[in-house]
Design a protein around this ligand. Sequence first.
Ligand code: GLN
Length: 303
Amino acid sequence: MDYQKIFDDIWEEIRPFSEKGKQADYIPALAKVNPDQFGMCLQTVSGDVYPYRQADTRFSIQSISKVFALAMCLSLRGESLWKRIGKEPSGTAFNSLIQLEVEKGIPRNPFINAGAIVLSDILITELVRPEEEFLHFVRELCGTESIVYNDEVAHSEREHGFLNAAIANMLKSHGTIENDIEHVLMFYFKMCSVEMSCRELASAFMAFADRRPFNIDGYRLTNSQIKRMNAVMQTCGFYDEAGEFSYLVGLPGKSGVGGGIVAICPLKYSVAVWSPRLNSKGNSVMGMKALELLTTYTEESIF
Ligand code: GLN
């Protein structure tokens, strides 16, 4: 498949969307990012890599980090993880509080903020040095030592993270969080602040695309667990736009408010795309369009 040529065609088609949407500004440090950037990278299971435009520019992965946190927690806790967190699509915004109150502090799934704040709590309980160990896991997963947190972004989010603090307090009041709220929140913001490029994300997500049991840094997942992670990405990876992404793109994936989206085509490829301008649901406008065109032109999707 000539992915490079396909990327050229995609780029021509998505250019009219280049001024649609705006970057996340509720995290002041992210509002400073130049919104007019676009990168993409596809890696095949046989190891071929197709970078496009700013494939090597690092950006804030934000909620994409929830996939890495889930992989670690699933490896540590197995099926008992699901006593603390559900696995149903939420149909609500990533930072919604309403459902959490109605459902008595059990987050609908691990990919909305409430769910990932619980993952953060579990990692703090399980690990001796959660910040170092999380970063080490991500570095090992993509084979790049230089990946780091962006402390400015993490602290900027903490200063303005009133809604996430409300979510953490609600979880704590229902007993779903074991550790100190401040510690849990700060670790959650740190995980979100990790910076990676499209090339690095495509490489990291290969572990979910190539259907081989995985053992990264001592964290093991069986094929069956990887299948289940992909199922949760398919149904819950895009908040209240999960159905739309499934309909338009037809791949499991995960987005973040830094403008990144990663998706995988099992046994074929992993692909990451980045463009900071977001739609009203917090997903990259050009990113969604690019992936829709990718699966349309290649006729490669899971459906
Ligand atoms: N750190 C962001 C938040 O908690 C992550 C949200 C996202 O990427 N959708 O609001």
